[in-house]
Design a protein around this ligand. Structure first.
Ligand code: F6P
Length: 371
């Protein structure tokens, strides 16, 4: 049997998947809240690799998280624990003698290693992949509470994930900067942004940054419509246009643009911006440039909004453990935080609803959505 509420002495924190601004703020908040309850806190290095491959870490796979260790990190991007979006313990990539790679389920081994280190409960900070792992570990008896992170904002069950606001704010600033150069050179500038299969970043930054067209995965596009919009603007004396393209956007009847597929990890998206830029240049005859913002969206200081929800999530995760809750994810449900079963949070991806007021706003503003 695993520890009961009153028995908590040691907890661990892990950060998994792509990093997002606010991870360090969650770590600090959870550590301070746990230390204030007299618990010991350990950080697992690089997702779960600190437990599965401890020999790979000079400092050891677990780091004792003291007040000193988490001092002054709230505003820092990245994660002091390290992270990975490769070594999923449920589908761990193992290279065979013939060079091929097979996926192995190492979850039982992971739980054994966790308990052998005297750890009672786990706070798992991550996106859909990490919450799916957390859910399986919880079903196998590990005491887990999840915290939703991702710049993509595609996790169901929470109104927002931390990291998203920072990514949208940064993209908006880039769009402001690109407006002046696009206008000066009478160009079309296509801006590709991350977001995986959801269009949240593209849509919200596109509206905030006054884009003329926004292409998102939820609305397969017809580039003739975008070209039409650009040429209409031209006739009105607006000789430049800004087009925001989500990396997961796809043409009507077409498919997403994939950079690579590897065993043991999600497919890497990218390249759609280049196709869109090239085709728009052909269709409009206007000089077109492409900017791929890529991993820039994952770096930098979290916005105050992200710092605040990250810290609220970290503290709420500790309160959940104190109250004996397990198998749940902290979720933002303004004005408060609540807890949703991990099972529910991982059931489906949160895409942009086509009837949402944000979509309606874009249409009311005359922004072309490619349909
Ligand atoms: O999920 C976060 C994210 O940044 C996605 O927007 C993007 O598709 C992916 O991670 C990129 O992953 P990697 O770090 O492997 O390039």
């Amino acid at each position: 049997m695993h520890a009961q509420t009153s028995e908590i002495k040691r907890i661990a924190i892990t950060t998994g998947g792509g990093d997002a601004p606010g991870l360090n703020a969650v770590i600090r908040a959870a550590v301070l809240a746990a230390l204030n309850r007299g618990w010991e806190v350990y950080g697992i290095r690089d997702g779960f690799n600190g437990l599965l491959m401890p020999e790979q870490f000079i400092e050891g796979g677990l780091i004792r998280l003291t007040r000193d260790r988490v001092r002054g990190i709230t505003h820092l991007g990245g994660t002091i624990l390290g992270t990975t979006n490769r070594d999923n313990p449920l589908k761990f990539p193992v290279r065979q003698l013939d060079g091929s790679v097979v996926e192995v389920d190492r979850s039982d081994e992971l739980i054994r290693a966790f308990l052998m280190r005297g750890l009672d409960a786990l706070i798992s900070v991550g996106g859909d992949g990490s919450m799916t792992i957390a859910n399986v570990l919880s079903q196998k008896g590990l005491w887990v509470v999840g915290v939703p992170k991702t710049i993509d904002n595609d996790l169901d069950g929470t109104v927002i994930t931390f990291g998203f606001d920072t990514a949208v704010s940064f993209t908006t600033e880039c769009l402001d900067r690109l407006h002046t150069t696009a206008a000066s050179h009478r160009r079309v500038i296509v801006v590709e942004v991350m977001g995986r299969y959801a269009g949240w970043i593209a849509l919200e930054s596109g509206i905030s940054g006054s884009a003329d067209a926004i292409l998102i995965p939820e609305i397969p596009y017809d580039l003739n419509k975008v070209a039409q919009k650009i040429l209409d603007r031209e006739r009105q004396g607006r000789n430049f246009s800004i087009v925001v393209v989500a990396e997961g956007a796809k043409p009507q009847g077409g498919s997403v643009s994939v950079i690579s597929r590897e065993v043991g990890r999600a497919e890497r998206l990218g390249g759609i911006g280049e196709k869109v830029a090239q085709q728009l240049q052909e269709l409009t005859g206007k000089e077109t440039r492409l900017v791929v913002l890529g991993h820039l969206l994952r770096g930098g200081s979290p916005t105050s909004f992200d710092r605040l929800i990250a810290q609220r999530f970290g503290a709420a995760a500790v309160r959940a453990l104190e109250n004996g809750q397990r198998g749940v994810m902290v979720a933002l449900d303004p004005p408060t935080v609540r807890y949703v079963p991990l099972e529910e949070a991982t059931r489906r991806m949160k895409s942009v609803p086509l009837d949402s007021d944000v979509i309606l706003t874009a249409r009311d503003l005359g922004i072309c959505l490619g349909d």
